[in-house]
Design a protein around this ligand. Sequence first.
Ligand SMILES: [Zn+2]
Length: 109
Amino acid sequence: MGYCPVCRYEYEDGIVVCATCGEELLDEPPGPGVEYVELVEVARVADPSEAELLAGELEAAGIPVELADEHGAELFAGAGTVQVRLLVPERRAAEAGAILASLGGKEKH
Ligand SMILES: [Zn+2]
């Protein structure tokens, strides 16, 4: 069995990455010492380089950010035209949203 360290979903043998979180699965269930962190989507952008930029801004503010594609798979540079999701811990979502909103105001089109 595989266990997602983020959402704790149980997967059958052979599955190595959580379909929801894109996290690598653990062989054993996460122990009680592992803090459960709910990730929420705060933005979705079509341009991976823009996603990296936004993630950088959030990380600069001390907010951990996960990038994932729309299928939850791990994102790697030059992945193409998939929509990139920015995920942050739920308790930082409002803060992240405010930062993204302030950045959005400066965006040029
Ligand atoms: Zn998961």
